[in-house]
Design a protein around this ligand. Structure first.
Ligand code: HEM
Length: 156
């Protein structure tokens, strides 16, 4: 736990082991999914671990994705020119939430509200960044997500 009484989302969901279990099982489902299998046909064996590291950092855990995997610019680059659609995005989010249920991750309203909020936000950015003409900002900071609410409209 952090020094404050409110845990980070990372701490609340069970830390690195829980996140790795989540992404490992999630991408097993993805590989079997009619809308997503082709999108992820060429993902490497380490993909679930990389996404777990990314989510860990976003949710207040260790900064391994920034220090060892290229940080947010690298993540954005992985989505460039993939032309993801809203149907694929929706399925991605639903499958991840179903996997969280399957694995018995915390399901209190506060945590799930924060999780859904992040997944909606992040997946919509992934779709935006996957369209023709999108570029990776080499200074893009890592997103940080907590228990709170968004503070205003999309500004790019
Ligand atoms: C919150 C939402 C999302 C997060 C946090 C996320 C995270 C990531 C990360 C961290 C990578 C790079 C992994 C690495 O460093 O090797 C990646 C790659 C990728 N993502 Fe996402 N992503 C999100 C949404 C989506 C969605 C909605 C789709 C498609 C429906 C998608 C499709 C892909 C694909 C195809 C790759 C490349 C896989 C490969 O290596 O072949 N992502 N994503």
């Amino acid at each position: 736990m952090s020094n404050q009484s409110v845990p980070t989302l990372y701490e609340w969901l069970g830390g690195m082991d829980a996140l790795t279990r989540l992404t490992t099982r999630f991408y097993e489902h993805v590989k079997m999914d009619s809308l997503l299998a082709s999108v992820f046909a060429h993902m490497g064996a380490d993909h679930p671990n990389h996404v777990a590291a990314f989510l860990a950092e976003v949710f207040g855990g260790p900064d391994t994705y920034s220090t060892q995997h290229g940080g947010h610019p690298h993540m954005i680059r992985q989505h460039l020119n993939r032309h993801l659609g809203q149907d694929q995005r929706r399925r991605w989010v639903v499958l991840l939430l179903e996997t969280a249920d399957e694995l018995g991750m915390p399901d209190d309203p506060e945590f799930r509200s924060a999780l859904v909020g992040y997944l909606e936000w992040g997946s919509r950015l992934a779709v935006i960044n996957s369209q023709s003409g999108a570029e990776a900002d080499e200074d893009a900071p890592m997103p940080k997500w907590g228990w709170g609410e968004v503070k205003g409209p999309y500004t790019g």
